[in-house]
Ligand binder design. Structure first.
Ligand SMILES: CC(C)(COP(=O)(O)OP(=O)(O)OC[C@H]1O[C@@H](n2cnc3c(N)ncnc32)[C@H](O)[C@@H]1OP(=O)(O)O)[C@@H](O)C(=O)NCCC(=O)NCCS
Length: 163
């Protein structure tokens, strides 16, 4: 598996994935505004497509929440990253691809010596994702409302990841 930068040529793929029921269930109200965002490359964000032997299987975004321009995470210190992830096709769920994507993404995050921890914010209802993150070493921080979404914040400390 590799993670490669997403770009304008991924528009149809990402829209198709957005329409899959398991993706909608994990992120019901969000509009990722791909037409605009796939043409942008701000320094605080990486948008990546995971490919296995050139076949795209999933999407992952890494942001610096202190610099992200909508301030989605509110007032957070520097030294953090936040991740969003999904597998595109339902037939590709539950086969270890998500775990591999997170391992690659976490290695990318922690390769920056200034990064102390990584955050994720699954919906409170997304209990399978909670289990997925806990297996990767993430620890529950708090229940928190982001816009209209009731979420659980999980955090993976550098020390725990290195161990
Ligand atoms: C969460 C997700 C990225 C994990 O990737 P994956 O390739 O399915 O996961 P793996 O095969 O590496 O590990 C399987 C685990 O993923 C988790 N998982 C979460 N949602 C799942 C789903 N809809 N189907 C299957 N597994 C799911 C479970 O913990 C599962 O383990 P379990 O069988 O013990 O429940 C993926 O399931 C997905 O895209 N889900 C929908 C979108 C989503 O919830 N994204 C996270 C939002 S914060």
């Amino acid at each position: 598996m590799i993670l490669r930068a997403a770009g304008p040529s991924d528009l149809a793929l990402l829209r198709h994935w957005d329409a899959q029921p398991h993706v909608i269930a994990s992120d019901p109200d969000d509009d990722w505004n791909w037409e605009v965002e796939l043409h942008r490359d701000p320094p605080w964000r990486e948008q990546l497509v995971a490919e296995i032997d050139t076949r795209p299987v999933g999407f992952i975004q890494i942001i610096d929440p202190a610099l992200e321009d909508s301030h989605y995470w509110g007032d957070v210190p520097t030294g953090l990253r936040a991740i969003d992830i999904w597998i595109g096709e339902a037939g590709d769920l539950g086969q270890g691809h998500g775990t591999r994507m997170m391992q690659l993404a976490l290695a990318r995050c922690f390769a920056d010596a200034g990064v102390e921890a990584v955050l994720v914010d699954p919906l409170a209802s997304n209990v399978r994702a909670h289990r997925f993150y806990r297996r990767l070493g993430f620890e529950f921080v708090e229940r928190r409302r982001f816009n209209d979404d009731d979420c659980h914040v999980y955090r993976l400390e550098r020390g725990r990841w290195e161990a």
